[in-house]
Design a binder for this molecule. Structure first.
Ligand SMILES: [Zn+2]
Length: 127
């Protein structure tokens, strides 16, 4: 094996390794972006439950009044995000916030003391 062939082999192996490392990084960053999303639902400053946004399924979640069957607020999960579809509050600010699927935009219902924040970690039990 002459020197030139050896150098070419080293360059080939190095570029293959680099390509493998780059594709791994890309796969992991895409995965973490898509995977780590949870809607944490807080009631009166305490975590009530968590909605896993990784699964793409449509589902309704209810927030009940303390020690009661009365539904205060209905959260609709769709397309890796959430929206408040109905609420007992008078001004409906939470309903008007609409669909949210980003971490920096909370849905707040001041009247019912409910807030929904999308975070990268589940704060409560996943329902
Ligand atoms: Zn509201």
């Amino acid at each position: 094996m002459d020197k030139k062939t050896l150098r070419n082999d080293i360059i080939l192996i190095a570029s293959l390794l680099l390509a493998a490392i780059i594709s791994l990084i890309v796969v992991f960053s895409l995965r973490s972006k898509k995977d780590n999303k949870y809607a944490n639902v807080y009631v009166q400053n305490e975590i009530s439950f968590t909605i896993d946004l990784q699964e793409d399924e449509e589902k309704d979640y209810h927030v009940y009044a303390f020690n009661s069957d009365k539904v205060l607020l209905t959260i609709h999960k769709i397309d890796h995000g959430v929206k408040v579809s109905s609420s007992t509050c008078p001004h409906k600010d939470c309903v008007q916030t609409g669909y949210v699927n980003v971490t920096n935009k909370p849905i707040i219902c001041a009247y019912n003391q409910v807030y929904i924040i999308i975070e990268t970690k589940a704060a409560g039990t996943i329902r």
